[in-house]
Design a protein around this ligand. Structure first.
Ligand code: SF4
Length: 400
């Protein structure tokens, strides 16, 4: 598949360290300017909660929280951190300050596992995060997305569909209390699902890191109220450009005027009815072109979002045609996330959007069984032995 001429960024090999580059707080810049005092505030708050609640924590959680407190001590004293040490990133700091006190330690443990376990290749019974796609259908055909691959997105290809509520409940029932990070996203547009209200309702009070990604083109008053009144922690709006012509060239089928109208509506409803809501709104795009600038995006969109980010491009649209590469690093996805598709198929990543790596279905197997299965471990083993080239499509992927 030949690249769209608008994509002029050379994909970078992704390292597995979560960074805050290409990220800016739209409104809350005070926190970023006063880094040191912010660190002290966070550290004090973790410590206070730890002293009060340590009796009720598991040994493992105690160990991780002490590790984070030690990391903060080092950061405050300008010392560098070791590989297993961790302080919150900018967007986590935003989330941290909207947490209820009772959830602070739970959040710190969750984010430690999300960031550090993939780096150190630590496995527990469950992954730190799960992506659940309500649907694989999408109304857009963005040029960097696998939806532009007709062998995936055409109705006759067999990949399109909607998740049944029963399957969703089965997965949620299993992972409640085991996985904190649940993202409504992956290959399709979640707001297309007619039962999204029931999906969101079923998650209420169960997860600390509930997130939904949307292209925002289908937002209307009803959907905005549904999202803002839900238990979401983060609502991500996928927008990559501030310029109409470029936006519409990237987000094929979307109309810039409609997006601006939807953002205005979202802003008004949020200000009027959900002023104290904990939900953070992030505008997040993919950097496919050297002309895109996160600072310019911030200037343009800051009244509509709390955070603006541009994530690195990966050639998803041609995952199975990209050249075989020589990357030998282990892939962090194998330790961070698991993906449940609309039909129950479970996959280690969405780079492999046609799920050639999958041997499992959540209708029949538990997430725990799949995550710890021999075949999953065999993929991890080959990665560890620097033999990912033996696996399609890991041999063509730049994720590490
Ligand atoms: S294709 Fe392989 S290397 Fe790429 S993200 Fe998926 S599991 Fe990781």
């Amino acid at each position: 598949m030949s690249k769209n001429p608008l994509i002029n960024i050379v994909p970078k090999v992704k390292d597995n360290i979560i960074k805050d580059e290409n990220f800016t707080n739209a409104k809350n810049s005070r926190l970023l300017l006063e880094t040191k005092s912010t660190d002290e505030i966070i550290s004090d708050s973790i410590n206070k909660n730890f002293v009060l609640k340590k009796k009720n924590l598991s040994l493992k959680d105690k160990e991780l929280i002490l590790k984070v407190l030690e990391s903060y001590k080092k950061k405050i004293n300008n010392q560098s951190l070791n590989e297993d040490e961790f302080v919150l990133t900018k967007h986590e700091i935003n989330e941290f300050f909207s947490l209820e006190n009772k959830n602070i330690l739970r959040y710190v443990v969750y984010r430690y596992k999300y960031n550090i376990y993939p780096r150190l290749k630590i496995l527990e019974e469950y992954p730190p995060n799960i992506q659940i796609e309500p649907t694989s259908m999408c109304n857009l055909r963005c040029i960097m997305c696998y939806q532009s691959d007709k062998s995936f997105s055409s109705k006759s290809a067999g990949f399109m569909g909607y998740m049944k509520l029963d399957l969703f409940k089965k997965v949620v029932d299993e992972i409640e209390g085991k996985i904190e990070g649940v993202t409504f996203a992956s290959r399709g547009e979640p707001t297309l699902h007619k039962q999204l209200d029931e999906f969101l309702k079923y998650c209420e009070g169960k997860f600390l890191g509930l997130k939904l990604n949307t292209n925002a083109t289908l937002l209307d008053e009803k959907k905005i109220n549904l999202l803002l009144s839900s238990d979401l922690q983060t609502l991500v709006l996928s927008i990559d450009e501030k310029n109409k012509e470029n936006y519409e060239k990237i987000r094929v089928n979307a109309k810039f005027e409609k997006i601006m109208q939807n953002l205005e509506l979202l802003k008004n409803i949020r200000e009027k009815k959900y002023k104290n809501s904990k939900i953070k709104i992030r505008i997040s795009g993919v950097k496919i072109n050297t002309d895109q600038s996160v600072d310019e995006m911030n200037q343009f969109y800051k009244e509509f979002a709390d955070e603006i980010a541009l994530v690195d491009y990966s050639p998803w649209e041609s995952a199975y045609d990209n050249e075989v590469n020589n990357i030998q690093a282990e892939c962090s996805e194998l330790y961070r996330r698991i993906f449940v598709w609309q039909d129950g198929k479970v996959n280690p990543c969405d780079y492999d959007y046609k799920s050639t790596l999958s041997k499992w279905n959540a209708n029949e197997h538990s997430i725990k069984m799949i995550w710890n299965s021999d075949y999953y471990n065999e993929i991890r083993r080959l990665h560890k032995l620097k033999e990912r080239k033996k696996i399609e499509p890991c041999n063509r992927c730049i994720g590490t």
